[in-house]
Design a protein around this ligand. Structure first.
Ligand code: NAP
Length: 530
């Protein structure tokens, strides 16, 4: 049977773009399908005011091309969404990617043909193509979560979701705005919305920890130095658990004298960003250590927020770093402004959305515009939106009834020739996504090339290898405080979703080592068919 393509790639974000490039270099015929009108994935959709990456721009970038790395000029410490999107478009142009990407086309179904050892991929535009392999590059946070609050359709004004923001932007000048959610997207957007709006009411279910970004324009001397030493920096980053080049203090917080501990926290606070959680090595392992960091942040909130009762309501109660730490610019200070109000909805869920606003705690709140900063059906949502059918017509949804099961977060037993970039069971969202994406893309491209070089037509993970990996992912999660709260890492934000800690928390170096060992051992845990 002659197939239309060697590989179909689903998604043209950073994963899909590099996958296409890498496979082309190896001479494979590839078709990419992308729902959006352009490349960029997350950075194409998340256009809410204040959107920027919480990993420093010189690190949140591709490293596969030294030329690209040298020629691109980041302008700020933390790049804004428009700048990252410009970068994605530059990459697409530079490597001539668009000619193999079909835009505005959503893949609806992928079915494995056991006789042909091939996939049939169908789209909402009527495409029906065959390919030996399918690679999903759907992103981990790309299926927006619209909460099931009664009456959502009743609201008379416009409703915006941060994860699917209007491309033309939104002018809130003179408007009253209601914001539901206080996660990263809300924490970035609320200060910006408050600059324009005449009144903002923020509905908070769970207060979140955030550290200051201290964003600034990049100093040209610093950029020159980074560029001159890029390989060394990338190597250092790969050796840290999150794949980010920052100094990890290996000391225990509890074993460190109080004054020294405060100095360490303060230094990290003054520097800004996610490195705060690397102040001590046991912040996510030991409750008491964790509390020292949490209390440091509580004190910062009290310093900034003038009303002590409001400061208390803004202070998170759970383990710091259990939910993803946020990085902000002026979030708490925003609540000192008289036109910004915080409504606690932690005790009772929002009752309903009304025509004029919403009803919570037995009280009606009115506003002109509603912003849902309510996050995503993370890690599995985008995959399960596609009707994926493996052996015996079994759906992925059926396979994952009790939570996602993968081998290395890259493949699944019963779904031959299918790969997931940064899938559940890989470090993905616990790391800098760009190096994680590159590592997956390179592993997958090498694997596909290996299958071809052996004259085989099918590769499949064994159930035993998958079970062992799922067990290891679960064990690793159980050893930290990260599974102790209701986060999207365990699917707690989506009613009915199985509670399983989805990403692999063993760290980027251990994960890379494991992936490399699998290859060295002749693709251990996989079987080939001809
Ligand atoms: P999120 O962290 O899941 O936050 C969603 C917020 O909505 C939470 O405060 C949640 O409360 C609230 N919520 C959801 N349903 C609700 C309901 N029915 N009633 C009241 N409140 C409700 O989503 P996000 O802020 O979009 O961030 C998701 C992830 O994307 C981040 O953790 C991060 O990994 C990534 N991100 C990164 C950046 C960056 O690089 N700077 C920016 C944005 C996002 P609960 O906490 O109680 O569930």
């Amino acid at each position: 049977m002659s197939l239309d393509f060697d590989v179909v790639v689903i998604g043209a974000g950073f994963g899909g773009m590099y996958m296409l490039h890498r496979l082309r270099l190896k001479g494979f015929k590839v078709q990419v399908f992308e729902t959006g009108k352009g490349v960029g994935g997350t950075w194409y959709w998340n256009r809410y005011p204040g959107a920027r990456c919480d990993v420093e721009s010189v690190q949140y970038s591709y490293q596969f091309s030294p030329e690209l790395q040298q020629e691109w000029e980041w302008t700020e410490r933390y790049a804004t969404q428009p700048e990252i999107l410009r970068y994605a478009n530059h990459v697409a142009d530079r490597f001539d990617l668009r000619r193999d990407i079909k835009f505005e086309t959503r893949v609806t179904k992928a079915t494995f043909d056991e006789g042909a050892h091939a996939w049939t991929v169908e789209t909402d535009k009527g495409d029906r193509v065959t390919a030996r392999f399918v690679v999903t590059a759907l992103g981990c946070l790309s299926s927006p979560n619209t909460p099931r609050i009664p009456g959502l359709a009743d609201f008379k004004g416009p409703t915006y979701h941060t994860g699917n923001w209007p491309h033309e932007g939104v002018d809130f000048t003179g408007k009253t705005v209601g914001v539901i959610g206080t996660g990263s997207s809300a924490i970035q957007s609320i200060p910006m919305i408050a600059r324009q709006a005449s009144h903002v009411t923020v509905f908070q279910r769970t207060a979140n920890y955030t550290v200051p970004a201290h964003n600034k324009p990049l100093d040209p001397d610093h950029v020159r130095e980074v560029k001159a030493n890029y390989p060394a920096m990338r190597k250092r980053a790969k050796a840290t658990p999150p794949g980010i080049d920052f100094k990890i203090n290996m000391a225990s917080a509890m074993a460190t004298p109080e004054a020294e501990r405060q100095r360490e926290f303060q230094e990290r606070w003054d520097y800004g960003g996610l490195g705060f959680m690397a102040s001590f090595s046991d912040l996510l392992l030991n409750d008491e250590s964790n509390k020292t960091a949490a209390e440091f942040v509580h004190a910062k909130i009290r310093e900034v927020v003038k009303d002590p009762e409001l400061a208390d309501r803004l202070s998170p109660r759970n383990v710091i770093g259990c939910k993803r730490l946020c990085v902000d610019t002026g979030y708490w200070a925003t609540f000192n402004q008289p036109h910004v109000a915080l409504v606690d909805v932690s005790d009772q869920p929002i009752e309903r959305i009304t025509a004029e606003g919403l009803r919570a705690n037995g009280k009606d709140y009115t506003f002109d515009c509603l912003v849902l900063a309510t996050g995503f059906d993370a890690m599995t949502g985008a995959l399960l939106r596609i009707d994926i059918r493996g052996r015996d017509g079994r759906s992925l949804e059926e396979k994952w009834t009790e939570g996602p099961k993968t081998y290395l977060g890259l493949t699944m037993a019963g779904f031959p020739n299918l790969f997931t970039i940064t899938g559940p069971g890989s470090p993905s969202v616990l790391t800098n996504m760009l190096p994680s994406i590159e590592q997956h893309v390179e592993w997958i491209a090498d694997c596909i090339e290996y299958v071809r070089s052996r004259g085989a037509t099918l590769i499949e993970a064994s159930r035993d290898a998958e079970e062992a990996w799922v067990g290891h992912v679960g064990e690793a999660a159980g050893a930290t405080l990260r599974s102790s709260c209701s986060s999207w890492y365990i699917g707690a934000n989506i009613p009915g979703k199985p509670r399983v800690f989805m990403p692999y928390i063993g760290g980027f170096p251990a994960y890379i080592e494991r992936c490399e060992a699998v290859v060295k051992n002749g693709y251990e845990g996989f079987s080939l068919s001809f």
